[in-house]
Design a binder for this molecule. Sequence first.
Ligand code: PGA
Length: 256
Amino acid sequence: MTPSRVPLIAGNWKMNGLAGDGVALAADLAGRMSGAAEPGFEMLLCPSFTLLRAVAEAIAGSGLALGGQDCHAQEKGAHTGEVSAAMLADAGCGFVIVGHSERRTDHAETDAQVRAKAAAAQGAGLIAVVCIGETEAERDAERTLEVMRTQVAGSLPDGATAANTVIAYEPVWAIGTGRTPTAAEVQEVHAFIRERLAEGMAAAEAAATRILYGGSMKPSNAAEFLALADVDGGLIGGASLQADDFWAIPQALPGA
Ligand code: PGA
């Protein structure tokens, strides 16, 4: 982690939370964030679309950021059931997750579609959290770095910069399973991703782009991952649904 890369601790609520518990969780975290003098990290909540406005109100003025879990590649139009990046910005979002492995799997999203979504996000003034990661079969076949090369090259739009893009490295087999790569494996992949970023953007932009680790990050293992040189935060699912657990993660940052 270099000083230019402010750590980002992002919570992906997935399809969890109704107004009662979602707003209570957001308000609890907003209170903790407001009480933190110069926190030295950014914290992002990504609830379901239906909770965005209520959560935006609950966290207003706290310093917490809000994001969507997906957006459509088009600005508007006849796409029933979809949500555009501009709609997310309008609801108070500063970020949007694109290319999460559950979207890639459940909706057969391709790198090209993820790239189009990231471009739409950036066009609407949002920071795109672009998710990449290998499957268990790919890791077993020792294809992890090759897959990362393909996904980085295919999922990032031409206008990607450190200011409008965050990468989340999430090994598919580590998501929601309690299993994780070793710290050395995570660092190897993150360093490799950063090298690949430098092929598509200026070296200084690649050096300043935040790369998050995601996949069963929790209070008990966060310190190990967050201490790694090329890990600039986390994308957290299960452990982001409970205020004590989620708040414990930035407390595990080096120097916290
Ligand atoms: P998990 O999910 O922390 O529950 O493994 C992470 C994610 O899918 O972003």
